[in-house]
Write a new protein. Structure first.
Length: 129
């Protein structure tokens, strides 16, 4: 699917895609924090970048493949809380609500995600139930 570098980033950081999540998707930079990784993963869902989602998933919990619903349109991300996950930490959590529309119906996903740094890169581990 993709997105032009000058378009507003889907993570709603206020930056343009090329200066925000796009640089992570294209592998020209890596997220420095767990929140930045979570935002980039949300944006990957929004632009349909399953390959990035798999690359940024911890190997112990990563699925073999990921099929995204092309009819699902991600509309807004609200970050509610973060713990740890800074540039000098190895673990962190991010609680968020991701809003979407599918088949004309609005809905949202609330998740409290865990992240772990491996070899200097943040990876999505799993969701806290």
């Amino acid at each position: 699917m993709g997105l032009e570098d000058g378009a507003r980033c889907p993570c709603l950081s206020g930056d343009v895609y090329g200066d925000c999540c796009g640089r992570f998707h294209s592998e020209t930079a890596v997220p420095a924090t767990a929140e930045a990784l979570m935002r980039s993963r949300y944006s990957a869902f929004a632009v349909g970048d399953a390959a990035y989602l798999l690359r940024s998933w911890h190997p112990s919990t990563r699925p073999r493949r990921l099929d995204l619903d092309p009819e699902q349109r991600w509309t807004r991300l609200d970050v509610l809380a973060t713990t740890g996950g800074g540039p000098f930490e190895t673990e962190g959590t991010v609680e968020f609500v991701a809003h979407y529309v599918v088949d004309g119906h609005r809905d949202s996903l609330r998740e409290h995600s865990r992240f772990r740094r491996v070899d200097g890169r943040w990876l999505y581990l799993d969701a806290i139930v």
